[in-house]
Design a protein around this ligand. Structure first.
Ligand code: GDP
Ligand code: ZN
Length: 295
């Protein structure tokens, strides 16, 4: 038995990265009977059938730590949410949306601001001011000057990560800068994935080094928050949580118009960013509109 990780799946074949190289495997019939589908990202045990042609069979799938849906990929630890200091300018409301989606999937979040070389409006500091107080690490980088790349590498060392962010912020450039062996063409990732379009492409894992892995997908297939329940959304604005116990209605408070809301009070006295709170209200309304429409 050989242990490895599924890095790609195409038409019933799975490609397993192991210490002895890459194997093409089918899954044992028992998985189909039990309605278990192997996922990219799974740690598996394979039986080698032919060493020459590197073929084998997946015998065992280890428990998943996590599972992203559309694209289906398991055991992702971290979302690196990438925005640019300029071209395109950072959008706070879009950033909050990415954060909510990553929080919903229970991923660790790292915020990364690329193109720091052309930050002439203090965009990075603005992002830092707002999101540092939420507890997120924020890294400034430039694929042009190399600034911050070491720090980013260190932050993702040993993890499986997705690089998320709007198109044009430099996701492919960053992957290339982290590992010249990846040879992704700039602009490729976003082009291949399209934007909000349905693509039949499957996720694939790319090895950055011994134990650091990057998924070649943005992690979230769409930026809608409509699958999140109205009452649940506040949990993904993590800086609200510590105030919630002081709300008159505790965890029942959705921090909107209830009396005695400690979160609203914290917004009023500047402890919680008004911009973040406005994002929250906007997303709550979006969720409400969508449930109304489908009733
Ligand atoms: P993606 O759509 O997120 O994959 O972005 P790309 O990697 O294709 O980059 C989009 C554009 O941003 C390209 O024209 C890159 O040359 C440019 N770019 C990437 N990194 C940097 C950077 O650090 N500084 C500046 N000024 N431009 C960058
Ligand atoms: Zn409240």
């Amino acid at each position: 038995m050989l242990r490895g990780r599924i890095i790609k799946g195409v038409g019933g074949f799975y490609y397993i990265d192991t210490e002895n190289g890459l194997y093409e495997c089918k899954a044992r019939g028992i998985f189909r009977k039990e309605k278990i589908t192997p996922l990219v990202g799974d740690t598996v045990e394979i039986q080698v059938i032919d060493e020459e042609t590197k073929k084998g069979v997946i015998e065992r799938i280890f428990d998943r730590k996590s599972e992203l849906i559309r694209p289906s990929i398991s055991n992702v630890d971290t979302a690196v949410i990438i925005f640019a200091a300029k071209d395109p300018d950072p959008s706070f409301s879009l950033l909050d949306r990415f954060i909510v989606l990553a929080e919903k999937e229970n991923l660790e979040i790292i915020i990364c601001i690329n193109k720091i070389d052309s930050d002439d409006t203090g965009a990075f500091l603005q992002v830092k001011k707002t999101y540092e107080s939420c507890g997120y690490p924020i890294i400034a980088i430039s694929t042009f000057t190399g600034e911050g790349l070491g720090e980013l590498r260190e932050a993702i060392e040993g993890k499986t990560v997705v690089f998320s962010g709007p198109s044009g912020v430099g996701k492919s450039s960053i992957l290339n800068a982290l590992d010249s062996n990846l040879q992704l063409k700039t602009g490729d990732i976003s082009k291949k994935l399209g934007r909000g379009k349905h693509t039949t492409r499957h996720a694939e894992l790319l090895r950055l080094d011994e134990n650091t892995t990057v998924a070649d997908t943005p992690g979230f297939s769409s930026l809608t928050v409509n699958h999140i329940a109205e009452k649940e959304l506040k949990d993904y604005f993590v800086e609200f949580t510590k105030y919630e116990e002081d709300c008159r209605f505790f965890t029942d408070c959705i921090h909107e118009s209830e009396p005695g809301c400690a979160v609203k009070k914290a917004v009023e006295n500047g402890e919680i960013s008004l911009r973040r709170y406005d994002s929250y209200i906007q997303l709550i309304n979006e969720i409400r509109d969508s449930t109304r429409r489908y009733k």
